[in-house]
Design a protein around this ligand. Structure first.
Ligand code: PEP
Ligand code: MN
Length: 339
């Protein structure tokens, strides 16, 4: 339920309203904008009678929210959320953030080389995998802790915050200590136990869309994290499974537009996993920016042919550099800036 008050409602009146709602056993957040005050109520609102609420002359409107997501709902938080990712801000209408790096960290030297390469191209976050969710148990599973520590060295050398995928709760202390942004991969988007656990973490969470999940299921997974107290969630569209087989997945750009209506959370796009072909990545990245994405995640490898994971979809640092030259102009065209 959303309750909005009239312009100029005195602070004491707002406090009284919060107090009354809380006394009914509901959770309430007050969001104050320049011209509005909106109360978002979470809990069993069936016991609230709209007529009683509207009897208060300061109250303008009461809306029952039919969507099952509340904290993530745009109605509860009309302004875009801007998430601080180790100093780099993601979200809002003004800036685009680009994170890039190899699918898997393979060595300290490789991590450093790629981090320097993507930084030179204009990335502001370094993304790499140390725990890899591979389809086959015989494929490279990642360097694990050693890979995280290699990324830490790359952060020390470049100043870029680091983003890496967490697959199990037992690694949470390691990620709290070393990682700036915790990625939850597509395969774990509905691992509700893991979502609840990262909801208690003190790091922003980059939540990727599940292989075959609806937008509502996607936002509900963000809601799981937010319900535990961690409101710093960034959504990532990475393609969904359809009947099309010529690409790894089908990039749902319309979903990016819809997500921005459904939720105030930032939405970034990963064109690399969406298509699986390096040659397609630049066009899709450009289209994502045009569709209003708040950022991009791009896989970059210094030697894609020898990559231990996802080489076919990885750009070289030079290709990344060329793409970023275009993205910068595009971002400017849309009146935004690179972050
Ligand atoms: C990844 O980002 O490296 C990854 C495994 O992606 P996804 O979870 O989207 O498949
Ligand atoms: Mn990958």
């Amino acid at each position: 339920m959303i309750i909005s008050t009239k312009k100029g409602t005195p602070k004491e009146e707002l406090e009284k309203i919060v107090d009354r709602i809380e006394k009914q056993g509901l959770d309430v957040t007050l969001i104050t904008g320049k011209d509005y005050n909106v109360f978002g109520l979470v809990g069993d609102t069936t016991k609230i009678d709209e007529r009683d609420v509207l009897a208060n002359p300061w109250i303008d409107n009461v809306t029952r929210v039919s969507a099952p997501y509340k904290r993530a709902n745009r109605l509860f938080h009309p302004a875009d959320s801007v998430i601080d990712c180790g100093g780099v801000k993601i979200g809002g209408k003004e800036k685009i953030a680009v994170m890039a790096g190899p699918c898997s960290i393979e060595s300290e030297e490789q991590a450093l080389r790629i981090a320097q390469g993507v930084k030179a191209g204009g990335a502001t976050l370094f993304r790499g995998g140390a725990y890899k969710p591979r389809t086959s148990p015989y494929s490279f599973q990642g360097l694990e802790t050693e890979g995280i520590l290699d990324m830490v060295k790359a952060r020390e050398a470049t100043g870029m915050p680091i983003v890496s995928e967490l697959m199990s709760e037992e690694r949470i202390p390691e990620f709290e200590e070393y990682v700036d942004v915790v990625q939850i991969g597509a395969r774990n988007m509905q691992n509700f136990q893991l979502l609840k656990a990262v909801g208690k973490m003190h790091k922003p969470v980059l939540l990727k869309r599940g292989l075959a999940n609806t937008l509502e299921e996607f936002v509900m997974s963000a809601e799981y994290i937010m319900a535990e107290g961690n409101e710093n969630v960034i959504l990532c569209e990475r393609g969904i499974r359809t009947f099309e087989t010529s690409m790894r997945n089908t990039l749902d750009l319309a979903g990016v537009v819809m997500l921005h209506k459904m939720t105030h959370l930032p939405v970034i796009v990963d064109p690399s996993h969406a298509c699986g072909h390096a040659w397609m990545v630049p066009q899709l990245a450009k289209a994502a920016v045009a569709a209003g994405a708040d950022g991009l995640m791009i896989e970059v490898h210094n030697d894609p042919a020898k990559a231990k994971c996802d080489g076919a979809q990885s750009l070289t640092p030079d290709q990344f550099d060329e793409l970023m030259g275009f993205i910068r102009k595009e971002v400017e065209f849309f009146g935004k800036k690179m972050n």
